[in-house]
Design a protein around this ligand. Sequence first.
Ligand code: UT7
Length: 334
Amino acid sequence: MANGITGCAITSWATALPEQIVTNFDIMTLFDTSDQWIVERTGIRQRRAADGPFVHPAPSGSPEGGMGTTAKLATRAASSALEKAGLTGREVDLLLLCTTSSDQLVPATSSPVAHALSIRGGAMDINAACAGFTYGLITAASFIGAGAERVLVVGAETLSRITNWHDRTNAFLFGDAAGAVLVEAVPGDTSLLGWDIGVDGSLVELCYADHGGTGMAMRGQEVFRRAVRITVESASKSLERAKVGPSDIALFVPHQANSRIMSAIAERLGIPGERTASVIEETGNTSSASIPLALAAAADAGRLTPGDLVLFAGFGAGMTWGSAVWRWTGARAS
Ligand code: UT7
């Protein structure tokens, strides 16, 4: 417990991707579509897949044993983040695994990940679909405020397992990945300056996948329309609560759903494209993993300096949404 310390900071970050690249040209072998159509409508050129028609099953007896695929990606990203911070899982108070593609119904995927990382502090999954990572980050800051010292927030997905690979209306969107951030208690003020979360459960039918069903079903245009409006509203609330304006934001990290959605949101918020983080061209929509992937890419590219304000904003099936204004502090001196 970090008694008397109320500040929190992201002090380490890392990502993990499956090896298999699936290009739009690969997708063209599945149904009637084109690279040009997918790029124009979504900005996506390729994605990574751990499962699905382009992946051959791993030989039995692989080093990761019987661990599920979301857990494997989550473990890789989380262990790199810990290693970069010079820490082990024993020093983590809580693991929050944000995922909408858990490996099993029971237990939570966070349990095998905690075991692989030697985390005994506590672990749970957060399923808020593509808004999951924003929910996770806000939850982490809350736990730090309540006395936790270190919370590991991981967004990890293997959407390839719940994609309907024959559905030409959405199969080209999704990818697999994991991104992890370490949130630590630090002296001083909190880095979470303003936040907002929400849900409209009357919109479940817009995007869903049933147990034993054929995979993801989505009303794309409807999701698109509502996502832009809801995310702009949420991000505006977070900015207002943080008492800052769009021009104060050094980096906007939106959920990587579709480059057209991302730029429509940025434009309505008044944040220019050069201050928006994007990895969608290479990764597709990786749901809970997309925000930490885009954050890590921007941080690794030197686009953030201590003191910068970052705006996170996500939306997803449910419909859920979440946003946060966060003060960047930089990597932990390990
Ligand atoms: O993470 C949150 C969850 N989801 C999202 O964020 C997705 C939000 N929605 C979207 O990104 C877009 O709605 C899509 C990329 C899924 C689709 O783009 P759209 O501009 O909304 O396309 P549309 O559904 O309006 O279809 C336009 C046309 C149709 O043809 P007609 O009727 O205009 O002749 C479709 O039949 O494109 C056709 N079409 C395709 N063409 C080539 C639909 N799918 C394809 C395809 N390849 N794969």
